[in-house]
Design a protein around this ligand. Structure first.
Ligand code: SAM
Length: 849
């Protein structure tokens, strides 16, 4: 292993690519400390990111989160690029094959050497993650991208990530879900979920032990405030092909309570009367300095105010999470910040507010191989260049920025909870106009009050929190605290101090919320299925809209949502719109009718305008035809589980399938006044066939590739079994005429099928794969039985991946990989997208006759 025996070229690629992190900047920007690159005509130069910041050093030396002896090592690690990490999706059909390939191929063949030329492991298992599922590479993402000797491995990671077989995610970001102890029957809320790597991990957990063709009884609601990031979340989770997920778009601190009113007690059903969660993940927006290794541009932006400004919002979000948690349930609070103000201070404030109804769980014996440190019990607050040890030190005009709860003792907590409170030093509260209660001017106390008091120490068991620091196991940094709810929360909660929320929101806008350590650089390569003609700024629906929405409306809706509680904001918007509509003259109204689709009426989802509705699909004629065409067994629960996002039932293009748990939550939401703003829900199961040939088929709906694994064990018609050779040819050539199948019985069976969608299953008895050799689930692809041939309808990436897998199959007896029979057809390169919708990257080859 390692660098031994590598060719000279490989070694050259290596040394050339051993980087720190570099950035390209305009010559006129920050040129002071950088030599211009003379080869570049003076236009651009390259400069390394400055990986230092005196304010950062001063702050963390004072906070003592690492000892002074460790300081140099701590900083050295922070300045070194972060090793790339990834996780294998254990609920994936091929996960054993992937594990096999990592252990037996890449681990042995990948070159790696450290800066001194010593051999090291290029990839290794993260020992604390269960079942060898998480891996870390010696190289950073940047190195993997640029180094030619690692190209094959990089391509492998990219492809498997795209398909959903692995997830590229920072190692420490994988930790919080592990402490949630999620089981398949749990209802889980992921409050701040985008871009979604932890949501994906949670889905894997609820899918664990699920038999093919069945669904877990639990479900996940993944929420994020930011609509663009919701799109990333939808893209990310789409790879899981799940029917057990709802993606929502709310402020987490105002996440709606979904419950039936008392007077609806007697109504029959729904089974669920209140949406409460067994598990809550509260991975809040934070300053993100735990990701400095991955995002070195943060060095120069870092300042102590970032953490202070987020404290209020973090407390509010976590309090809402605890309120939505069932008694007996678990909540994990986490940040990718090292700052005690965003971590221990928040945890302490939660414990104080909850008055014994929640406890901080001691998880020190869980995941023993994960190196971590106990939470600290003392810290200081840095504000406007001053060190504050206690709330007593806070200047009057800064009291809204540094409330008592930010300090270890939380002292004066009770006092400030009173609506007409007095401040700590017995001074009168400042009014918004800068006067005291009697209208007199407040003294300008620009001179810092000094406190001679000893550093405050919290008397709460904060040592039960954990902080992961980079040099303990060559990772990023993270903070995690685990709560258990013992009793309902106390009824009276302290009032929000004026200004705190405003500050945190303002700060939030300044702080990049995305620093939590997830390696999702999908934005550039998004293949999200857009709404049919939906604008990019809207909530994308992988699963979403079917009718064009108005970009501005959608954008407004979401922007408003960031400032006010969604209901108020949205109601205001609706009223304004209605008013405008009423004031228009009849001529204007007539003119508007001539304006094409763009001005089409906005879709409504209950109270939510510009978001497609969620409608249970109940067209018995269509459902009956689908059931009959595919021979779907009555035992498969289909009725009541289908939804659409289009009110016009005659134009439904996609039908989604939802699990029983999601179905119950949707029913509750409908009856409870549609509190949830649902961005995406359900597994795309059937798609309308709109091509000329498609519309003449007896069943207008084809099975989508996402839905196929779930429905496969339940269909009895339109199935073909292909030998590895024929299966490979289909993947290779995309379309095969009936007489060109190698297996004569397949020729006959294919031509006997009814025109329309069919499923081709790999007949693999007597063949083994490299990994496990026994797949619980057969390999199958959706195809189209045309008039003269069978064509594949599989996404290009899936096609490539399956082709590799099938090509690697070996016959039990001959020990030979799948034979390459003489080509029958030329490969079809320009395969058109089947539907005008371009629903996903599914390709369907044209008939070649
Ligand atoms: C640390 S990131 C979450 C990372 C995510 N848990 C993951 O593992 O991929 C924080 C997220 O919170 C979102 N956010 C910020 N303020 C929010 C709020 N008030 N309510 C809900 N989400 C919020 C941001 O858009 C961001 O996506």
């Amino acid at each position: 292993m390692g660098g031994r025996g590598r060719s000279r070229t490989q070694r050259k690629h290596f040394s050339q690519n051993r980087e720190n992190v570099w950035k390209r900047s305009k010559s006129d920007a920050s040129a002071i400390d950088t030599p211009a690159d003379t080869n570049n005509g003076g236009k651009f130069h390259w400069e390394p990111f400055k990986t230092q910041n005196p304010a950062f050093d001063e702050y963390y030396k004072e906070q003592g989160i690492v000892s002074s002896e460790e300081w140099d090592t701590f900083i050295k690690f922070l300045r070194t690029p972060l090793p790339a990490a990834f996780r294998i999706n254990s609920s994936n059909q091929f996960y054993k094959d992937i594990l096999f390939r990592l252990e037996n191929d890449f681990m042995k063949s990948l070159p790696a050497e450290d800066t001194d030329g010593n051999a090291v492991n290029a990839i290794e298992v993260l020992p604390w993650y269960p079942d060898h599922l998480a891996w870390q590479s010696y190289y950073s993402r940047n190195q993997l991208r640029k180094n030619q000797a690692l190209e094959q491995f990089h391509e492998f990671l990219k492809l498997e990530n795209e398909i959903g077989n692995i997830t590229r995610q920072e190692a420490v970001s994988m930790v919080p879900p592990l402490f949630l102890d999620v089981r398949p029957d749990h209802f889980v809320l992921d409050m701040c979920a985008a871009p979604g790597s932890k949501t994906f991990q949670l889905l894997e957990m609820i899918y664990k032990l699920t038999e093919p063709g069945t669904l877990p009884t639990g479900m996940i609601i993944a929420n994020d405030l930011d609509v663009q990031r919701c799109n990333l979340l939808i893209h990310q989770t789409k790879r899981m092909c799940t029917a057990n997920l709802i993606v929502t778009n709310h402020e987490a601190q105002n996440f709606p309570s979904c419950h039936l009113h008392k007077n609806s007690e007697n109504i029959n059903g729904p089974a669920l009367r209140q949406l409460q969660f067994d598990r809550v993940l509260c991975d809040v927006p934070c300053s993100g300095d735990g990701t400095l290794r991955k995002a070195p541009d943060m060095w120069k932006k870092w300042n102590a105010g970032m953490g202070n400004g987020l404290f209020g919002l973090q407390v509010q979000i976590a309090m809402r999470g605890l309120a939505l948690l069932k008694v007996g349930g678990r909540m994990v609070y986490s940040t990718c910040s090292m700052n005690p103000v965003e971590n221990e201070a928040v945890v302490a404030e939660l414990l104080r507010r909850c008055k014994g109804t929640v406890e901080l769980v001691d998880v020190s014996t869980e995941l023993p191989q994960l190196a971590r440190r106990p939470g600290v019990k003392t810290w200081k607050v840095r504000d406007k260049g001053l060190w504050l040890t206690s709330y007593k030190d806070v200047r009057r005009n800064r009291q809204s920025v540094a409330p008592p709860g930010m300090f270890p003792s939380g002292k004066l907590y009770d006092e400030i909870s009173e609506p007409d409170e007095e401040t700590a030093n017995g001074q009168t509260c400042e009014n918004s106009n800068g006067t005291n209660e009697n209208g007199g001017e407040l003294i300008d106390d620009s001179v810092a009050p000094t406190s001679n008091v000893e550093a405050e120490v919290s008397d709460l068991p904060l040592e039960r929190c954990m902080r992961i620091v980079p040099h303990d196991q060559n990772s990023g940094a993270f903070f995690i605290a685990v709560f258990q709810k013992l009793l309902p929360l106390p009824v009276s909660m302290p009032v929000q101090r004026k200004g705190t929320r405003g500050e945190s929101q303002k700060q939030l806008n300044e702080v990049e919320a995305d620093k939590n350590g997830d390696d999702n650089d999908v934005s550039g390569e998004m293949d999200v299925q857009m709404s049919e003609a939906a604008p990019a700024a809207s909530l994308v629906d992988t699963v979403i809209c079917e009718i064009p929405s108005d970009a501005d409306q959608n954008k407004n809706l979401v922007e408003t949502g960031t400032r006010e509680t969604p209901s108020d904001a949205d109601q205001k918007k609706i009223n304004e719109q209605d008013e405008k509509e009423e004031n228009r003259t009849s001529d204007e109204k007539a003119d508007a009718k001539t304006v094409p689709d763009k001005k089409r009426k906005l879709q409504m989802q209950g109270r939510w305008r510009g978001v497609d509705p969620v409608i249970f699909y109940k067209d018995e004629t269509v459902v009956g035809k689908i059931m009959d065409f595919y021979g779907i067994k009555e035992s498969f629960p289909i009725r009541g589980h289908l939804i659409t996002r289009n009110e016009d039932m005659s134009h439904v293009k996609r039908i989604y399938y939802v699990s029983n748990s999601v179905k119950e939550a949707l029913e509750l939401n409908l009856l409870g006044g549609q509190q949830l703003k649902i961005a995406a829900v359900g597994l795309k199961m059937f798609e309308r066939q709109t091509s000329k040939e498609g519309t003449s088929a007896p069943c207008l709906f084809r099975i989508s590739s996402e839905g196929l694994p779930l429905i496969l064990p339940h269909i009895t018609k339109q199935i073909l079994y292909a030998s590895p050779i024929d299966f490979k040819h289909l993947l290779q050539y995309k379309s095969i005429k009936f007489p060109d199948f190698v297996d004569p019985s397949l020729r006959e069976k294919a031509s006997d099928l009814i025109l329309g969608c069919c499923v081709v299953i790999l007949r693999a008895e007597g063949w083994v794969s490299s990994g496990s050799g026994e797949d619980a689930m057969p390999i199958a692809i959706g195809c189209w039985r045309g008039r003269t041939n069978v064509s594949v309808m599989v996404n290009a990436n899936d096609c490539q991946e399956l082709l590799e897998r099938v090509s690697a199959l070996r016959s039990d007896e001959a020990s030979e990989p799948v034979a390459d029979a003489a080509p029958i057809l030329e490969p079809i390169n320009d395969v058109p997208i089947p539907e005008a919708s371009g629903s996903d990257s599914t390709v369907m080859a044209p008939e070649t006759s």
